[in-house]
Write a protein that binds this ligand. Structure first.
Ligand code: HEC
Length: 211
């Protein structure tokens, strides 16, 4: 008797659980709710809060469940990335490698302090967080491929200069939805800073290319 009671209770409980599950919101709604919670909780800086709104490419890249991009979606991301790229007013895509060296190792920029945005200095390039840079540096990341000897291997033809500039400005121009931040397109780096990074990667005198 006791056993039957237990069985019925368990059956009832699992029925209730499945009814409960059936009333959960679907993936898209759960996502909307989560995004609302994050944006409402982000009160420090209205300027930075704008970044919580995804642009067209981010929307395509954040397909629910990490589904593969279709060819049309990948083409759209490439097209948007190409259209986003701006060049320095001087027209020079290769800047000063020493300035690039500093930026590559500098991950700092604005700070949110006591609930307010403080503009302290120009943003750094953050490259070191994800890439091996000059040979022998140990404090580097491996999210992206090693850039050691980048210019020594690729040379500095016009095509390589443009590829390198475009890559740093908007990495998605060649690899849609990659994990490399779109440093110029998001306004994190200026076109002139991107040109310094190009020099840092390609100049023969740069530590990146020294043996
Ligand atoms: C959050 C990680 C991350 C940061 C920060 C980052 N990258 Fe990358 N980078 C990647 C990844 C991942 C790839 C490979 C995917 C791709 O090509 O988009 C990549 C690819 C590259 C490539 C292409 C390499 C090749 O073999 O053609 C270059 C050049 C590059 N990054 C330069 C830079 C520079 C310069 C900086 C700093 C201004 C930087 N990256 C910052 C992750 C990062």
């Amino acid at each position: 008797m006791r056993k039957a009671w237990l069985t019925w209770t368990m059956l009832g409980a699992s029925a209730l659980i499945s009814v409960g599950c059936a009333t959960y919101p679907d993936q898209a709604t759960t996502r909307q709710i989560a995004e609302k919670m994050v944006s409402e909780g982000f009160t420090a800086s209205p300027e930075h809060a704008k970044r919580l709104v995804q642009d067209k490419s981010q929307q395509i890249c954040s397909k629910i469940g990490g589904a593969e991009l279709t060819q049309a979606e990948a083409d759209e991301v490439l097209k948007l990335a190409r259209a986003s790229i701006k060049y320095p007013a001087s027209g020079k895509l290769v800047g000063d490698w020493k300035a690039g060296d500093k930026l590559a190792h500098d991950g700092a920029g604005d700070r949110i302090s006591r609930g307010r945005l403080e503009k302290r200095k120009e943003n750094g390039g953050l490259c070191q967080n994800c890439h091996a840079l000059a040979a022998g540096e140990i404090n580097v990341g491996n999210v992206g491929p090693s850039l050691t000897g980048f210019g020594a291997q690729r040379g500095n033809s016009e095509a390589i200069v443009k590829y390198t500039y475009d890559k740093i400005y908007n990495a998605w121009h060649s690899v849609p939805c990659s994990n490399m931040p779109r440093l110029g397109a998001t306004g994190h780096l200026t076109p002139e800073q991107v040109a310094h990074m190009v020099a840092y990667l390609l100049a023969p005198q740069s530590p990146i290319n020294r043996k």
